[in-house]
Design a protein around this ligand. Structure first.
Ligand SMILES: [Zn+2]
Ligand SMILES: [Zn+2]
Length: 332
């Protein structure tokens, strides 16, 4: 599968990713222990370069962040009084709840930071082998409410495509995200939503589901994995819908998908009237719409269950009203 962001092989079928996940970040027999540097220590007090493992060639997270901090200092964007924390948020290429600090191979870390320039980001990505991409953070990306201008972070260098492994009682899915355009959700934040979903599935309420603000498709696709017969995924934000289509393809064999059609092409960045952009056949019939949730049921069939996974603090009254044709609307 070609990565839509960089055209390299960043996107692998979910079954392949899951098969290698246990080994992916584990130390080899020669890996030095994680230095566990104090994240509040100033650069002047931090050690020099930390060498990569002689045997497997991989680095600890501290080693990569230390190199990144030095590049930023050389560009005048940080100084000797800054800390490792000042670099930004490190996001591993395939997010997975780890009980240990990851050992990082080539192009396995994306850094999301503030106060970065394109030149510095390109240097970080060129000089530090583990860095896959650098994103300038401007806030939480996505569409907050219909009509509002969407907020996007900026990919400064490399590729921003990464995945999270989403786990539930029903199994695992690999959900790819164009991380400069899709909000970041750590597994501790998504876990409560997954518990709600599991309960709804176990109660038999999820045979037909609408995932109204689906983002990259996490909840809706998990329903499909859990045995739903019909799932509608919708989002107004074009990058989200493009990620959903990619995730259908990546998780094709896990979901038993027989074929995927692309009936209409989305055109706007922020969709209004519902456009059917994808349809998958298999044990679960899946439809993907690009459009405003308040207008979804002009085209899509209402379902027994409608999930609304909104941004924190976002007003949901209008959305709930628009989805009241479904038997049950759950704000997750
Ligand atoms: Zn890529
Ligand atoms: Zn090693």
């Amino acid at each position: 599968m070609k990565c839509p962001a960089c055209e390299n092989a960043c996107v692998r079928p979910a079954v392949e990713v899951l098969a290698g996940i246990e080994q992916r970040y584990m130390a080899c027999r020669d890996c030095a222990p994680e230095p566990n540097l104090d994240k509040a220590l100033k650069l002047v007090s931090l050690p020099g370069k930390i060498e990569r493992c002689q045997l497997c060639g991989r680095a600890t997270l501290d080693a990569v962040m230390l190199d990144a901090l030095r590049v930023l200092r050389d560009f005048g964007l940080r100084d000797d009084l800054d800390t490792l924390r000042s670099v930004g948020t490190p996001l591993i290429d395939v997010g997975y709840p780890l009980a240990y600090s990851p050992r990082l191979g080539r192009k396995s870390l994306i850094i999301l930071g503030e106060g970065l320039t394109k030149e510095a980001a390109e240097a970080m990505q060129m000089l530090i082998p583990e860095i896959k991409g650098v994103i300038l953070s401007k806030g939480v990306p996505g569409v907050y409410r219909s009509g509002a201008k969407p907020l996007e972070n900026v990919l400064l260098a490399g590729c921003d495509m990464r995945a999270d492994i989403c786990q539930s009682l029903f199994g695992e899915l690999v959900i790819y995200k164009s991380q400069s355009k899709i909000h970041i959700e750590f597994s501790r934040q998504s876990a409560p939503k997954m518990r709600i979903l599991e309960q709804l599935c176990l109660q038999g309420k999820a045979s037909e589901v609408v995932d109204g603000l689906t983002g990259p498709g996490t909840l809706g696709l998990m329903c499909a994995l859990a045995g739903s017969k019909h799932v509608v995924l919708n989002d107004a934000w074009l990058p989200a819908v493009q990620n959903v289509l990619l995730n259908l393809e990546a998780n094709r064999s896990l979901l038993g998908i027989v074929d995927i059609e692309y009936p209409e092409r989305p055109t706007k960045m922020v969709g209004k009237e519902p456009v059917l952009v994808g349809r998958a056949r298999g044990p679960c019939a899946i439809e993907v719409y690009h459009g405003d949730l308040t207008r979804l049921f002009e085209r899509a069939e209402p379902a027994g269950l409608c999930l609304i996974d909104h941004f924190p603090g976002q007003e949901t009254k209008i959305l709930e009203k628009a989805c009241s044709c479904c038997n049950e609307v759950i704000i997750v």
